[in-house]
Design a protein around this ligand. Structure first.
Ligand code: SF4
Length: 284
């Protein structure tokens, strides 16, 4: 299964997004699926280009709206593996409402956020993930607001799968995306994916010095939501690994009556022009 296509990414050399793309391709190959069984939906931002770089169905959507499209795809076609991707600006600013409601809704979609703590595509403004004091052209005196904490938000919103990784750790990242794809429900995966051009604070070296692997914490239990929240807070969100997974809760689509028997994409709708006319009249 080859999820590579011939399009050369136009990310800056050294951008973390290259590794995220590779990890998604490897995870999909490891899952044993075919390219026509995968759909990748992205939002707007440097990371949004990713959906065009993978040999699968791809949709480069609109800003902050990758998740509604991804959820619609899964509801219409149960046979698709659906991955939504985006950046921290896309998912945690304009798209934050969709992120929280997707998490609590728990449709079987894997959401991979490339978190570089800055807006890269628009040439370096402070994002919701930038730390207080972060200096950019949009906050020349330093960011006044504290950064948004996506892991805490996900855990407190009822997430059934929460993970975090670092783009250079291809082995861990691939395994996490694979586990997210296998998860029956919404899988939220935050990935530190450094922007080498505009973020000179949260660099590869900075992450290497500050990240802790959950695998190195003795007795860590990813099925314990309280332990997950406590550990994330104690480490100021700088942990990697599967933070929390609930394998008991049923996914949204499995609660929808008829979802298994009659997928929308196979339905014989067979609408005629006259049917559409009468439908339209109802709304006039
Ligand atoms: Fe990557 Fe930053 Fe370049 Fe965008 S501007 S491609 S995020 S390094």
């Amino acid at each position: 299964k080859d999820f590579r296509n011939t399009i050369k990414p136009n990310w800056c050399p050294g951008c973390g997004d290259f590794s995220v793309q590779a990890a998604i391709q490897r995870a999909a190959a490891n899952r044993g699926i075919e390219p026509h069984e995968l759909a990748v939906v992205s939002g707007i931002g440097c990371s949004g280009r990713l959906s065009g770089y993978i040999n699968a169905f791809g949709l480069h959507g609109i800003h902050g709206r990758a998740l509604p499209i991804a959820q619609g795809l899964k509801m219409a076609n149960r046979d698709l593996n659906v991955i939504a991707t985006g950046g921290d600006g896309d998912g945690f600013a304009i798209g934050m409402g969709h992120t929280v409601h997707s998490i609590r809704r728990n449709i079987d979609v894997t959401y991979v956020v490339m978190d570089n703590q800055i807006y890269g595509l628009t040439k370096g403004q402070t994002s919701p993930r930038s730390a207080a004091g972060f200096v950019t052209k949009s906050t020349p005196g330093g960011a006044i607001e504290p950064s948004l904490k996506p892991l805490e938000v996900a855990l407190s919103s009822g997430a059934t799968f929460v993970a975090q990784s670092f783009s250079t750790d291809l082995k861990e990242l691939t395994a996490i995306i694979e586990a997210g794809m296998a998860h029956k429900g919404f899988a939220f995966i935050n990935v530190f994916s450094p922007c080498v051009t505009y973020n000179k604070v949260n660099t590869y070296d900075w992450f290497k010095e500050n990240l802790t692997k959950l695998a190195d914490i003795e007795g860590y239990d990813p099925s314990d939501r309280q332990m997950a929240m406590k550990t994330v807070m104690e480490h100021e969100s700088l942990v990697t690994g599967i933070i929390y997974q609930d394998t008991e809760t049923t996914s949204y689509q499995d609660k929808v009556i008829g979802y298994d028997e009659a997928p929308l994409h196979e339905a014989d709708i067979n609408l005629k022009e006259t049917d559409l006319d009468s439908l339209m009249k109802e709304f006039m």
